[in-house]
Design a protein around this ligand. Structure first.
Ligand code: ATP
Ligand code: MG
Length: 417
């Protein structure tokens, strides 16, 4: 038997009830905030990710699924959506029509990481991005939107962590102070982090290994190094969140795994998912649009880990799969007629199934119970000769005679009450 690839998974019909509920809630909320859906390709030129995510990130260094595409160079299965959204904003000159664009997208991402619970090689994200607004109010608003989604879905045990990464003006000062600390505790760092010290020291703060976490415990706080503009920006974000009663913690060691972030960054964590505690992450990335060849426009966004969110909710929400409204049992000789009824009922909004097997009525009543149908329509030859069929309510076993003449309307009016 051919099995699926390690790190990939099927999302089965019974799980999709919850996935649909989450997706519906997200779409409804985002659209109320003025976000419009964008669908982006799953494959992009590798260069797009190398340039946006950063050469010295785990994703680009070792996690991308990259293929040769004939003579056209290499293409990559997208590991995240932001780079593509920015590419699209630039390519379609969306900014010429209106520099302010609020977009969302939902779909699969691919990273060749070590598969484990909550960490897959194909996973899904719900992604929201705002281009063209540098105001800190939009930072607060996007965090509010994210937290509201979690509240509406009754997600248990969440923490909102925020931090500011400063800007190209103030970050170098912090980076210098951080480097001093890292150089002095290099012996305690993992191999990856020793490399990061030279290439991208901020990323050491993001390492999940115990030794590295310990080493950066007393790292300087970037917030102490913010320039006045970044400090003012962060103050408005904090003040606005407080006003909206959104609880958050400032985590001085919070950085994002991708290179392009500036100023406000945030993460939603949970205590209920074991090691994979981040359910959503995001932040401001004011330099990226320009770095990818677009106009100088600020941007902010987040990505929710759809798989982790649904795992989190499946611990508390029991989604009950409902059976059909109606199951039709009829002798073989009546199949032509019954097929017509079933089609008409389906088309009029009654979730109808019929038997195709011609098995005995007794075994079909068993099946009716198994599929948890609300009603059974029994076509009995004797009843039929009087122009009737029997509609049985499976809840209370009540039976009604239904005239064949007005079958669809009569059945519909009983079932929909
Ligand atoms: P982590 O710290 O768990 O590796 P990350 O910082 O790499 O997460 P982002 O790139 O910010 O994650 O992506 C946003 C969200 O996508 C994460 O908070 C997480 O919920 C989800 N996510 C990231 N990688 C995976 C994965 N391999 N499998 C499932 N979900 C993932
Ligand atoms: Mg990661």
């Amino acid at each position: 038997m051919i099995q699926l690839i390690k790190g990939f998974k099927d999302i089965l019909p019974e799980d999709n009830l919850l996935w649909q509920k989450i997706e519906f809630a997200a779409r409804e909320l985002f659209e109320d905030f003025g976000y419009r859906e964008i669908k982006l390709p799953i494959l992009e030129k590798s260069e797009l990710f190398a340039r946006s995510i950063g050469e010295s990130t785990d994703i680009v260094e070792k996690e991308m699924y990259t293929f040769e595409d004939g003579s056209k160079g290499t293409i990559t299965l997208r590991p995240e959506a932001t780079a593509s959204a920015v590419r699209s904003y630039i390519q379609h000159k969306m900014y010429a029509k209106d520099p302010i664009q609020k977009l969302y997208t939902i779909g699969p991402m691919f990273r060749r990481e070590r598969p484990q619970k909550g960490r897959y090689r194909q996973f899904y994200q719900i992604d929201a991005e705002v281009f063209g607004i540098d105001s800190p109010y939009i930072d607060a608003q996007i965090i509010l939107m994210l937290v509201t989604l979690f509240e509406r879905l009754n997600v248990p045990d969440i923490n909102v962590l925020i931090n500011s990464l400063g800007c190209p003006e103030c970050r170098p000062n912090f980076q210098k102070a951080l480097l001093d600390l890292l150089e002095s505790s290099k012996d305690n760092l993992c191999e990856d982090c020793i490399r990061r010290v030279d290439k991208n020291p901020l990323r050491v703060l993001d390492c999940k290994k115990e030794g590295c976490r310990e080493a950066v415990k007393n790292a300087p706080s970037i917030i102490d190094y913010l320039c006045s503009a970044c400090e003012e920006h962060f103050d408005v974000v904090k003040r606005s969140l407080k006003k909206r009663n959104i609880s958050y913690e400032i985590d001085k060691n919070l950085v994002r795994g991708l290179d392009y972030y500036t100023r406000t960054i945030f993460e939603v964590q949970t205590t209920s998912l074991g090691a994979q505690s981040a359910v959503a992450g995001g932040g401001r990335y004011d330099g990226l649009i320009e770095a990818l060849g677009g106009p100088k426009q600020p941007a902010i966004g987040f990505a929710i880990g759809f798989d982790r969110l649904s795992e989190l909710l499946s611990q508390t929400v029991e989604s009950v799969e409902t059976g059909p409204d109606l199951f039709i049992i009829a002798p073989d000789s009546e199949k032509d007629m019954v097929f017509e009824w079933a089609c008409d009922l389906n088309l009029s909004g009654i979730k109808t199934d019929m038997d195709y097997s011609g098995r005995s009525r007794k075994s079909l009543m068993k099946r009716a119970n198994k599929i948890n149908t609300s009603y059974v329509l029994i076509v009995d030859e004797r009843e039929l000769s009087c122009g009737n069929v029997i509609l049985k309510n499976m809840n209370d076993s009540d039976q009604k005679e239904i005239p064949v003449e007005s079958l669809v309307d009569s059945v519909k009016s009983v079932i929909t009450g």
